[in-house]
Each structure stands twice: as structure tokens, then as C-alpha cells.
Design a protein around this ligand. Structure first.
Ligand SMILES: Nc1ncnc2c1ncn2[C@@H]1O[C@H](COP(=O)(O)OP(=O)(O)OP(=O)(O)O)[C@@H](O)[C@H]1O
Length: 154
């Protein structure tokens, strides 16, 4: 009889523990796909290659703003009317792939009024570009190292 009480006690303990652990596993399982979903939403928000071509008039020479160590920057206008700067990475150089990934990662995680904002990116096997907020006053470098440009800091 005593043994029966013991077994009943164990069973009574076992049932809620099992229930709680199954519930925790179920919640974890439910949360993981939600995170994946939100990531894929970010992916989906990436701009399409043809949209970038449309915005920059097929990377027209007259839209070229400047060039840097890893590629060229073009001015463009999205269908919404937003003026953008498209940094197209030169994939001829091996280091460019790493630079694109690093710039994506760093600029996406930084948010400051003095740091250029990354609107989105466009990436496939043979084309990589960052869509940046357009800085109409151009490079800070020219203000820092030229005698002909002055910043109005009043
Ligand atoms: N968001 C922007 N808005 C307007 N012009 C920009 C923007 N980003 C870059 N530019 C222009 O394009 C030029 C090239 O920029 P880019 O970032 O490719 O070169 P960088 O600043 O020398 O950096 P890196 O060589 O490391 O890529 C800049 O000097 C600037 O004149």
C-alpha cells in the first residue's frame, strides 16, 4: 500500500514536470521560426537590381558622384522620390567582397546623425551595392583639406 502511495506521488510530480518541459520546448520552437521570419523580412526588403538600374539611369556616367577604393558611387532617385547614393562595389578585387560585408554589417548596426545611413543593399553573385542616404554636400574630405570650401558652422 505504501509503495502504491509512493508511485502515485512520483507520478503526480512527473506529470507537471513533463508538461512544463514540453511547453518550454514548444515555445522555443515557436520563437525560432519567428526570428527567422523577421530576418527574411529584412532580406525581402532588399532592393532589386533592376530597381537600382532604374533609379540611377543604368548607372549612367552623369550620375557618378565619386569613386573610392572599392567602387563607384552614383546618384539615383527611387520611385518614391527619395534621392539615394548607390555605392557599387568593384568585384574585380578580392578584398571588395570582404569590404562589402563589413560595410553592410557595420553601417547597418550604427545609427548616428553624423554617420551616413544605409537604406538597403543589393547583392547577387556578380553585383554588390549599398544604397545610402544621399549627402548632397559631398565629401567631408574636400572641406577638411581644401582652401576653397568652408563649412557653415554658425
Ligand atoms: N552617401 C553619399 N552621398 C553622396 N556622396 C557620397 C556618398 N558616399 C560616398 N559619396 C561620394 O563618393 C565618393 C567615394 O565614396 P566611397 O565611399 O566609395 O569612397 P571612400 O570614402 O574613399 O571609401 P572607401 O575607399 O573606403 O570605399 C566620396 O568621396 C563622396 O564624394
Amino acid at each position: 500500500m505504501l509503495l502504491l502511495f509512493h508511485l502515485l506521488g512520483i507520478a503526480l510530480l512527473f506529470v507537471p514536470i513533463t508538461y512544463v518541459s514540453v511547453w518550454i520546448r514548444y515555445r522555443r520552437g515557436k520563437i525560432a521560426p519567428q526570428q527567422a521570419d523577421s530576418l527574411s523580412t529584412v532580406e525581402r526588403e532588399r532592393i532589386l537590381y533592376y530597381e537600382l538600374l532604374q533609379a540611377t539611369d543604368a548607372l549612367r556616367e552623369s550620375n557618378l558622384i565619386g569613386s573610392g577604393g572599392f567602387g563607384s558611387v552614383y546618384k539615383g532617385v527611387l520611385r518614391s522620390g527619395t534621392v539615394i547614393a548607390v555605392k557599387v562595389f568593384n568585384l574585380q578585387m578580392e578584398a571588395t567582397f570582404k569590404s562589402f560585408d563589413t560595410e553592410c554589417e557595420v553601417l547597418h548596426s550604427l545609427r548616428h546623425r553624423n554617420i551616413v545611413k544605409v537604406i538597403t543593399s543589393c547583392s547577387n553573385l556578380d553585383f554588390k551595392a549599398l544604397v545610402l542616404e544621399n549627402m548632397p554636400n559631398g565629401s567631408l574630405e574636400k572641406y577638411l583639406y581644401s582652401h576653397n570650401y568652408f563649412l557653415d558652422i554658425r
